[in-house]
Structures are given as structure tokens and as C-alpha cells.
Ligand binder design. Sequence first.
Ligand code: NOJ
Length: 532
Amino acid sequence: MAQAQWWQRGIFYQVYPRSFQDTNDDGIGDLDGIRVRLDYLVGLGIDAVWISPIFPSPMADFGYDVADYRGIDPMFGDFSAFDRLIEEAHARRLKIVLDFVPNHTSDQHPWFVESRASRDNPRRDWYIWRDPAPDGGPPNNWMSNFGGPAWTHDPASGQYYYHAFLTQQPDLNWRNPQVRAAMHDVLRFWMARGVDGFRVDVIWHLMKDADFRDNPPNPEYGPGDPDIRRFLQTHSTDQPDVHSIIAELRGVIDEYDDRVLIGEIYLPIDRLVTYYGENLGGAHLPFNFQLIHAGWSAPRLAELIAEYDAALPEGGWPNWVLGNHDQSRIASRIGARRSRVAAMLLLTLRGTPTMYYGDEIGMENVPIATEDAQDPWEKNEPGLGLGRDPQRTPMQWDTSPNAGFTNGRPWLPLAADSATRNVAVQLEQPASLLGLYRELIALRRAHPVLHAGTYRKITALGDVLVFLRESAEECVLVALNLAGTAQDEIPLPPGTYGRVLLSTGRDREERVEGHLSLRPHEGVIVALDARS
Ligand code: NOJ
């Protein structure tokens, strides 16, 4: 492989800024909080921090409703805090990636205020306005991702505007060249300020069907499903012409050295990989969320790894994600013991891993009483288990009040076990999940085969997944027991000799000859002897 780029070699770590570290006692995390925790991130061994939105916002969707693309919300700090964060991160060789939210703005954004002012306002066409259907209802059947119709009526002008998410998040009209130019300048603004790249929010939403045709019904929709599942998103997302829009974004990214473009995309593998773009001119890393939805079985995991690998375009760089601020936490999805094996999987697969803050200490979803719900999705469609507050609770740092997150009243409650499950406690215990993560990351650094080598499946039978990572220089075998029962004498390919580099229990170093036994929920990494 040619010299790998930093975003190919490295590991991304997502910070949800409201919940990472508060330094001004308002109960909400801030930029100074991220800065004072940089040494923790260096110790963990990650390479790049992706920060969810920090821009001025009414916070209807906690920052994913941007009211000014070129500012910092005072809740998070100011430009001097931002510049200091960039400077101190770069001094530690950490990259900083921001969230870019181009699909929609806040309804408080001056562009939208102008757009809704009148039908002939110069910014009218910056958003998506349509006449009512003949019966006076919404122009088509498209639903909002957060429940209810995706169209809101504006009595003053008699038209509807489109919002794929909240009423307070009107969609921009990316067919308008002025919108595209303005948003390109936003990217330049932040890159000139030192930002190393962007994670682009709902990038597959940017273009909609030019004729706004109705979406077809979803035959799999059932009671208890969110509104958004009533119809297939055939005409509202993933349109062929989105790729030229993304290629333009990439062109802007490429005006600056060494920046990265990451796309948030929830699509099946065959559609997902189209977001690498023609001649790889799209996103560098279209986020691969397959592990989030995968069943925890060896054949299933092996199958999706193979399917993804086979679908990648020539030269397309893979990536893997275990969790984010929209998804149930990995420790809650599959359980604490399995999440150790999941950590080993994430950090030994071929491709860039992205971690979600707190997963490295095994943070779980924190139950939030209905009356305490903050997430607008939970408020709009209550009781369906859609709320995202449980996975956004404050980082658990130490045994002090509020686990060291804040001296104020935290915006979401701390987990009940935060006094025992926290960074300070786990740093003292080599066998803790944090200890395991640190070791896995250190191994990935020490053994380039783990980021650059090829992947070859050896076994995916029952509960055991065994694969090889190979390069001209070294060969590493990874064996994962996904079950709670021991697996004795797993046969390995003839001539397999080596040494255990790491077990998820952090207590094995023996030589391996021809076969391997695994304890319940154990994974091991074996360095194979050089072939003569
Ligand atoms: C995806 C983001 O990850 C999510 O948190 C947000 O609510 C929607 N996009 C809308 O911006």
C-alpha cells in the first residue's frame, strides 16, 4: 500500500461536547473541557477527535440545528477557546474534525428568516417551498425523521417548507448554486482556522427528487415503528445527483492539504459504497455502520465483513463504527462481556475505527424518565424507545461528585454506577475495559499490519470468528469467542505457530501451536512466527 494517510492509519474518537467535560459549572460540557482532557485522549492513543456541533444554535436538536455556521455557541465557549483547543490538540499530534450540518439549518438562521419573509425574498429559493396539495394538505407524503409530516405550513405565504427532521430544521435547497457556494465557504472558513476535516451530517439526504414524487409505502412497517418507517425513502434521500454535490464538497476539501471528508450514511452496503464517489472523488470515509445493526454471531459478522470488503471500490478505504450519539451504546446492545470482544474486533479489522466517548469504559444507556426527556425525537414519538438521551449522558471521569463531569447540575443524569465505572478507577486496573482499549490501540500502532494488512477469514463457525491480518512483514491471527461457553482446541490452519500478544482478559502470553482454546467471551491476538 502507498504511504497511508493519517485518516487511514488513525483512530477517530467522537466527543459529544455537551457531555464530555464541563468547566464553567453550567452542567453542559464545553470546548475548554475537551482541551483539558486532551492528555487523556493522548493516553488512550486515539489520533483524531470528531466533535459534534458547537455552532450557535437554539438547541432544538442539540446543535444539529445551526443558526450560524461561522460561530461558536457561547454555551461551548468562544473563538479563543476554539483556537486554543486546535493549537493544543495539534501540539499533541491530535487532529480535530468538526461536524458539518449542510442538509438543514435552524429556523432561526438569518437565511431562513429571510426566506420565509415573503415569496419574492431573494433567499426564498434557498429552502424548499411548495404549494399545498389540492386538498390544502402537505405537497407529498414524505415524513419527518422525528415523527409527523416533513412539511410545515407557513400561513403568511400560504406555502409549505420541507424539513427532513424537526419543524425547526428546514432543509436547504442544494439545487441552488448560491446555497452551494455559501456552504463551500463555510468549509473554507473552518479549514483556514485549522480544522482537519468534517463529518458531514446526513450527507445522503442532500438532494431530493426534483419532482417531489410520493414515497412508496413500506411493506415492513408495523405498529410501534416510528413514522419515518411508514414509507420507503425512495424519492427523499440517496438521489443519483447527490454525488456531484459531494464531489464539489470534496473539491473544496482538497483545496487544503491533508483534510478528511467523512459522510454519515445509513444505507445498505451496495448503496453505501457509492458514496466513495466516481474515481474516489466523494467522501474519504462513508461511515460504515454495519456493526451497529449486525447480529452478534460469527457467521453473520464474517458475512458482512466479506460483503463490505467485496463491495468496496478499488482503492476505497474501509472503516468501522461501533456506536455514536444516535445509537444505543454497545455495552447495552450486546452486554459488558461481549463488548470486550467487540473492542478487539473494532481495533483489528481492516479500516479506520471510530469510537464513541465513554464506550472505552463500558458506559451503558442510562434510563431517563419520560418527564426528564430532552431528546426531541423522544418528545415527538414518546414511549417507542427512540429517545437518544440514554447514550448521551455525561462522561464518567472519577469518583468525585457527578463523576468529575461538572460542579453544576448535569444536563442529563450520570449513570448510577458512575462512582465505580469511571476513567480513574479503570486506569488503576490493567484488566479493565479501558486498560484493554489502551492496549489494543497501542498494539495497532506497534503492528502496522493491523491497519494496513489484508484481511482473510479463517473460521466463522458457531460462535468462533478467526481471521488473519497479513502483510509482507508480519502476520497476525485474531480469534474471537462470541459466546459464553469455552471453545476448546479450535483448529488453526496447518503450520500456524505463534505467540499470544493480547487476550481480552489481559492475562495470556503463551505460545500457540496448531490450535487454540478460548474462554467464554474471550478474544486473542496472536503474532504468527515469520515463515521461513
Ligand atoms: C444526524 C445526527 O447524527 C442526529 O443526531 C441529528 O438529530 C440528525 N442528523 C439531524 O441533524
